[in-house]
Design a protein around this ligand. Sequence first.
Ligand SMILES: Nc1ncnc2c1ncn2[C@@H]1O[C@H](COP(=O)(O)OP(=O)(O)O)[C@@H](O)[C@H]1O
Ligand SMILES: [Mg+2]
Length: 474
Amino acid sequence: MSKSKVAFVCQQCGHDSPKWAGQCPACQAWNSFVESVQPERASGGRGAGAHAAGAAPRAQKLQDIPPGDLMRIPVDMGEMHRVLGGGLVPGSAVLLSGDPGIGKSTLLLQFAVSLANAERPVLYVSGEESAAQIRLRASRLNLDPQELYVLAEIGLDEILDAIGQVRPGLVIIDSIQTLVSPELTGVPGSIGQVRECASQLVALAKQSGVTLFLVGHVTKEGNVAGPKTLEHMVDTVLALAGDQHHNYRILKAMKNRFGSTNEVGVFAMRAGGLVEVPNPSAAFLAERAPVPGSAIAVPLEGSRPLLVEVQALVTYSPLAVPRRMANGFDQSRLHMLLAVLTKRAGLRLADQDVYVNVVGGLELAEPAVDLAVCLAIASSVADVALPAELAAVGEVGLAGELRSVFTLEERVREAARRGYTRVFVPRAGEVADLGDEGLDLCRAESVRQAIRLALGNAPLAKSKRQGGARAGRD
Ligand SMILES: Nc1ncnc2c1ncn2[C@@H]1O[C@H](COP(=O)(O)OP(=O)(O)O)[C@@H](O)[C@H]1O
Ligand SMILES: [Mg+2]
């Protein structure tokens, strides 16, 4: 083991100092310093000048380096294979983050079993569950583990020893926040411990060619708990997301040194574990009924366009300040769209509660879904269903104008492929002729025009009852 020195690290921002201090000089947090061991090599840059004069430089000319193909181990789980950028890279380190209970352990156990074979056994290290619990989970998921080794342990040295004994092709650490290095005094999960344990494991992976998967907990804000450096240390960061009350889970690459971060895998959580969903659009729309307040948006998940149902419910509000609730859509964006609809499209929303829900537990963060949200709201106000074959793509600006979105053509194609033959799009944006597919491309300049085209002359400031209530109050 390399020589190390003791330092104090701020648990809030990671600032280190040779002396303890009550307040961190970098982030001003109080009582945040915890003792931590800094390996000597960590002082990198400063040591550089100490290089013996005359020693041959280790830097090489780029063209002298043999190209060498990146070896990849194919993965049976198709969605995982894609998100990793085309299989596992030996010697790489992957961090999988996600909320508690989202399915990280389930996913990785299934992944471990699918990958383990005599040539490349898999070592699954759990600091959270006992070996018997893991066995139980494997039975519940109907897995038949061959060449899968399990270790319930939190001590870093014991884990490093076990890796030496088993010589696995893949090591899974569930989770990095539970590990402790005996060299440090910090508790498991503290910045010092997480940084030290991760850096030793990553170094081992690079040296020995074993692939390393680390499970990382997330904080309330959705960031990986522990030092930010954890994300820099690994080659790939994957995030498993989804709504715990829905069964869809989305696996995204947030960072990938060996592939694109545009790939997304979709899984469904079933009694037998996570099942891949090769055709997510069909799954998300399976229960759709063409009722007032329902519209189809075409967001991109990674590089794939998806069709997703957006529902809106607009009802008279007895409250002085009406409610606006968004599930799966940004609340402040909803407020902005409601203001635009009021001012630019003439909808009367001031005395109405507005609820917006994205079906399937998806989180839509792209402005390209604005138009679908607006159409769903207008359809609910008018109490008229949108045509069943209608999908909408477009960002809504503050002037009520429809703005172009990127990858418009792929979105339109995906909609047409799923039978949505009337697609509302902004005026700008190239789309090749898709006439053969029976596609009716409706170009609209403004959200007002789109609403009129979609709903005809249905009244948008409606209802006798509401009118009566209004008159009564006046
Ligand atoms: N013994 C069990 N029986 C039924 N469902 C379970 C059991 N254990 C876990 N689950 C379900 O599986 C889901 C995923 O759990 P898990 O993979 O442990 O999540 P994570 O590791 O991300 O915290 C959870 O929603 C949980 O409800
Ligand atoms: Mg777990």
